[in-house]
Design a protein around this ligand. Structure first.
Ligand SMILES: Cc1ncc(COP(=O)(O)O)c(C=O)c1O
Length: 425
């Protein structure tokens, strides 16, 4: 076997993986159609493309009501505000997620209460949720991370007992199903991102699935500058404004999203098939732990496939493994930092003011989430979705690269300090 590519050898794979986003003439035609219509923006809401996109999105994901928004961050803020959550209320979020999950409650005026994860799945730990509930807790945001889904049975049970709103962060989970029900249709709200790396994309954009017509009307109103979306609202029924902002998606985005939805089922099918294959193949690699697939997670449609590498078996931290994998031609990523370590949540770095009320809730730098920190800072390797759209060979290359790194772990460990120094130079 050749030397590791990170150490000057030949890479396992030179053939590129399929590109993302996928595009063809249909996208050009969709954008052209909207440009020619003269109706480019998101007002009046919903325009014809937006209404059609929302219907097609619900046909794919399930659920009855949805609101189109500017991105998958404001969707969560809008959901919380539509549920009446605001100043001083506490919203439970997992320690392993993108910063938006914790920033959205803050934007709504609420306090994000971070809880640790289940190391078997990397999603929020229901026991930690239960332990974090206070008399101010009003909502929980389970995140379906990577190729996983949070334990929605446990989350719904806790929420029902404590009268909490459930906002599912489905930024990674378009098409995923739990006991046959679409992610985002199990809680009160399901928040989806259409940002350019996401598996249904419009460049930017967001969809908020709402459990009831009433919640959807409130959410639409908040997203549409406070204009009423209740029956009888609008010009004839008279406007009844609520406090809102302009969080609308544009018709151009909706048109692109519609083409993305046409392609989506086949892409999702390929990824799911190859993820099943990868689970088995990766289990054979020493020092690699495949995250537990919950049997209730009936359709695994996903954004990234996260695996756990064991720093002791490899004698390497995940950053070295990721670096070596990239060099072997495998697109991968270290993933998010633990929420308490995000720069954005360090008061000294982000100018986040520590409010005089509940200051302890905002001293993120003094918090500890050992399981999330272990996952985020030592173990996790996120394989790109494209690895799963390149047939068995795509997965075989990733497995071969991991085996190669395992075989040459000592040589790599010997060079790690030098590599880190050259990377930071
Ligand atoms: C888990 C998670 N939640 C929320 C978001 C926010 O979505 P957006 O970028 O559309 O605001 C993202 C991704 O960007 C995400 O990965």
């Amino acid at each position: 076997m050749s030397k590791l590519a990170a150490l000057g050898g030949k890479p396992i794979r030179t053939e590129p993986y399929p590109e993302w986003p996928v595009h063809d003439e249909r996208d050009v035609e969709a954008v052209t159609r909207v440009i020619k219509s003269g109706n480019w923006g998101g007002y009046p809401y919903p325009g014809p493309e937006t209404a059609a996109f929302l219907k097609e999105f619900l046909d794919m994901q399930g659920g009855e009501y949805a609101v189109a928004c500017a991105n998958g961050t404001v969707t969560m803020e809008i959901a919380l505000r539509a549920a009446g959550i605001g100043w001083g209320d506490e919203v439970i979020v997992p320690a392993y997620t993108f910063q938006a999950t914790a920033a959205a409650p803050m934007a709504a005026g609420a306090i994000p209460v971070i809880v640790d994860i289940d190391p078997a799945t990397y999603c929020l730990d229901p026991q930690a949720v239960e332990a974090a509930i206070t008399d101010r807790t009003r909502a929980v945001i389970p995140v379906h991370l990577g190729a996983q889904m949070a334990d929605m049975d446990a989350v719904i049970d806790i929420a029902a007992r404590h009268d909490l709103a459930v906002v599912e962060d489905c930024a990674h989970a378009h098409g995923a199903r739990w006991r046959g029900r679409g992610a985002g249709t199990i809680g009160h709200f399901g928040s989806f991102s259409l940002q350019s790396s996401k598996i249904v994309t419009a460049g930017e954009g967001g969809v908020l699935i709402c459990r009831t017509a009433d919640l959807a009307q409130r959410a639409a109103s908040i997203a549409n500058c406070g204009r009423s979306h209740a029956p009888g609202g609008g010009p004839e029924g008279g406007y009844r404004f609520t406090m809102g902002g302009n969080y609308r998606m544009t018709e151009l985005q909706a048109a692109l999203g519609r083409v993305g939805l046409e392609r989506f089922p086949e892409q999702a099918r390929q990824r799911e098939e190859m993820a099943d294959y990868a689970d088995e193949a990766l289990s054979e690699v020493p020092g690699v732990r495949v995250l537990r697939r919950d049997p209730r997670h009936t359709t695994r449609s996903f954004y990234r496939y996260i695996l756990a590498t064991d720093p002791e078996t490899f004698g390497l931290e995940h950053d070295a493994i990721c670096y070596a994998l990239e060099a072997e031609g495998i697109p991968c990523w270290l993933g998010y930092e633990a929420m308490n370590h995000y720069d954005l949540f360090q008061p000294g770095l982000s100018r986040l003011p520590v409010p005089s009320a509940f200051p302890e809730r905002f001293r993120f730098d003094q918090m500890h989430f050992p399981k999330a920190e272990q996952a985020c800072e030592r173990e996790a390797v996120w394989l790109d979705e494209s690895v799963f759209r390149a047939g068995r060979q795509g997965v075989d290359s990733a497995v071969a690269a991991l085996l190669k790194i395992y075989d040459q772990r000592q040589e790599l460990a010997a060079q790690v300090d030098q590599l880190r120094a050259s990377l930071s130079a």
